[in-house]
Ligand binder design. Sequence first.
Ligand SMILES: C[S@@+](CC[C@H](N)C(=O)[O-])C[C@H]1O[C@@H](n2cnc3c(N)ncnc32)[C@H](O)[C@@H]1O
Length: 257
Amino acid sequence: MTAAYEDREWQTALRALESMGLYLASYKRPQLERRLGSFLEREGFPSLERMVSQLRVDRELYRRLHTYLTIHVTEFFRDPPYWEHFRAVVAESPARRWRIWSAGCSWGAEAVTAGLILDQLGRRFEITATDSDAVVLERARRAQYSAVDVAKVPEPYQSQFREVRGQWELVPFKLGSIRFLPHDLVREEAPGQFEMVICRNVIIYFQTEARRRVLRSLDASLVPGGRLFLGATETFLEYRDMGFEVERPSIYRKLPT
Ligand SMILES: C[S@@+](CC[C@H](N)C(=O)[O-])C[C@H]1O[C@@H](n2cnc3c(N)ncnc32)[C@H](O)[C@@H]1O
């Protein structure tokens, strides 16, 4: 595939963006180039260089660019059969209390889905949901959803939402809570120790080395016997070497050492 930018121009732009706190070198380049290209067009910049110099003085543009470059697609109960597996793992486990990290949580649908299931199963839980994008985290903290979003929630959990002036709000959980925090998976240490880490549809965007680094950090954040829940289309071929076994499709159990 031909790159849209000369290597030198690309590396100069990446370094300039990095000096402003936007670290893009970990992401797969072809996809990033496509996203950047359409952002330039949308915002009316004739070149990458012009956009980079405007970014230095325009914080709002920076926020827009960050949000545009990171893909935020998510939904409640995304890939439903996999949430059935999640439910089975929790139901079968003797653990009464779950510390869960939803890493790359976007606007929070995944963390809320986990909370709905845990609450219904009568398990205590604390969910730490993190993302590197400030805009989606603001939305996650508002915990207000559209009717279209809530329509994805299966019937037994619908009563956990109430309509307030045309928006749907989450009724507080009985047995746990979710906190939303800023966190960069590539550049920061894990935010604690967990019985389960849910990191779905995130590592797919990273280049090989960054993906490895992220997997190591997720591993380090799990207690022995803890579970790693990845996306339905994500492969984790190195799971044995890293000391995991497959427990259910997309759910890996960290073997005690
Ligand atoms: C496609 S969404 C996945 C949302 C959710 N996990 C799901 O599967 O429904 C990917 C999320 O990863 C976040 N992300 C991308 N790079 C990240 C990084 N370096 N650190 C933390 N989050 C990141 C994006 O901001 C985005 O919200």
